[in-house]
Design a protein around this ligand. Structure first.
Ligand code: 7TS
Length: 409
């Protein structure tokens, strides 16, 4: 387990909700922010605010150094070869849409295939549905194993020589499963397809090495990894990005503008039209510093341990169903569940009355809810600031919810 002191870096956790000390178990939706990140953003606005890449003046240079310095931190964090391969954008959703609209439109034609799985988040389904409709391409799904894991056999069955794009999440935001991205990438490449990774739930929790994975694109969001909202990253291999057209046009991304024709800046700026997300990038850089100080290996171990402890404690409650593999070694730090016939929103409401924040609903994964044959579920997701004591409070809350609704229903 990580030190309990980590919690002290997060001012928001030091409060009562509905008369109880807050237990925040919704980090898969968005993580809380440590003081270091809040201060980096506040310092930027207090002492360094200016637009970037245009300045002769000192503040402009300071802002540019902060923004481009953050890009180098991201490059190291995911082990990209060069900062040309690191593009700042709003988040995972924007990054995946950019790949679909830029690479997809140029490379997918009628009858070509795009492969995803039943466990994807809507952000990794709808951009491909839209592309398939526009191009007359075929969207194909890899089925899941009974426990919600992905088997390479089923992946092999679906990918063919007509496949142009394979786009799969690294870690599931519902099942908690970790997918074998490196192996899937090998299969995709053997068929001449590119591999896109939705890394939204992976980047906060695992050491990411895009060169080792050998994926072609990797998308993630800052706000799930202690950074601010509104900043995320699209990693892409340089040779692919070089050939791709931007999807947003305007200031910042141009080299020369004529009356009827224009040319673009080099990478990565040709994909960053308009005034960039300067404070967001600086905040993300501070978040990376913070996570690296703790160590990604330690974070991953902590979450396995907490998820394992939570599942063990939750198994004490009759009528509680956990979705996804029961082996904690096969999952990241989240547990999705239902309690008897109690609606998950009711479970979440009773927990909230006791200061415990969990998410309830379809978790932006309606095809997966259909696959699980449920309309909604509740989810507890853990991060670096959570402790076994939080899990104990959560399990106590579940008991209260169960007793409460036993009388009501
Ligand atoms: N992909 C996955 C796997 C996600 O979990 C999410 C957000 C996204 C993409 C979209 O990220 P965004 O930053 O662009 O919004 N997931 C969730 C969740 O599970 N609960 O709230 C948001």
């Amino acid at each position: 387990m990580l030190s309990k002191d980590i919690r002290n870096h997060f001012p928001i956790l030091d409060q009562e909700i509905n008369g109880h000390p807050l237990v925040y178990l919704d980090s898969a939706a968005t993580s809380q922010k440590p003081r270091q990140v809040i201060e980096a953003i506040s310092d930027y606005y207090s002492f360094g605010n200016s637009n970037v890449h245009r300045g002769v003046h000192t503040l402009g240079n300071r802002a540019t150094e902060g923004y481009e310095g953050a890009r180098e931190k991201v490059r190291k964090f995911i082990n990209a070869k060069s900062t040309e391969e690191v593009i700042f954008m709003r988040g995972t959703t924007t990054a995946l849409n950019t790949v679909a609209q830029s690479y997809g439109r140029a490379n997918v034609g009628e009858g070509d295939e795009i492969i995803i799985t039943y466990m994807e988040h809507h952000s990794n389904i709808i951009p491909w549905q839209q592309l398939a409709k526009e191009k007359g391409a075929v969207l194909k799904y890899v089925d899941l194993e009974e426990d919600g894991t992905l088997s390479l056999e089923k992946v092999r069955e679906v990918i063919t020589d007509r496949t142009k794009i394979v786009s799969i999440m690294y870690v599931s935001n519902v099942l908690g499963t970790m997918n074998p991205i490196k192996e899937i990438t090998e299969i995709a490449h053997a068929h001449g397809a590119v591999m896109v990774v939705d890394g939204a739930q992976a980047a906060p929790h695992l050491k990411i090495d895009v060169q080792k994975l050998d994926c072609d694109f990797f998308a993630f969001s800052g706000h799930k990894m202690c950074g601010p909202t509104g900043i995320g990253v699209l990693y892409g291999k340089k040779d692919l990005l070089d050939k791709m057209e931007p999807v947003e046009f305007g200031g910042e991304m141009i080299d020369f503008v004529g009356l009827y024709e224009s040319t673009w800046k080099e990478l990565p700026w040709k994909f960053e039209g308009g005034t960039p997300i300067i404070a967001g990038a600086i905040g993300l850089g501070a978040a990376i510093d913070f996570l690296e100080e703790i160590g990604l290996d330690n974070i991953e171990r902590h979450e396995h341990e907490l998820a394992g402890y939570a599942m063990e404690r939750m198994s004490e409650i009759d009528g509680l169903t956990i979705y996804g593999p029961l082996d904690p070694g096969k999952r990241a730090g989240l547990v999705t569940f239902n309690l008897d016939d109690v609606h998950p929103h009711d479970v979440a409401t009773v927990l909230d009355m006791h200061g415990i924040a969990v998410r309830a609903g379809h978790h932006c994964a309606q095809p997966l809810m259909k696959w699980l044959d449920v309309s909604a579920t509740a989810r507890a997701s853990f991060y670096i600031y959570n402790t076994e004591a939080d899990v104990d409070r959560f399990v106590d809350g579940l008991r209260i919810a169960k007793e409460y609704f036993a009388d009501v229903y």
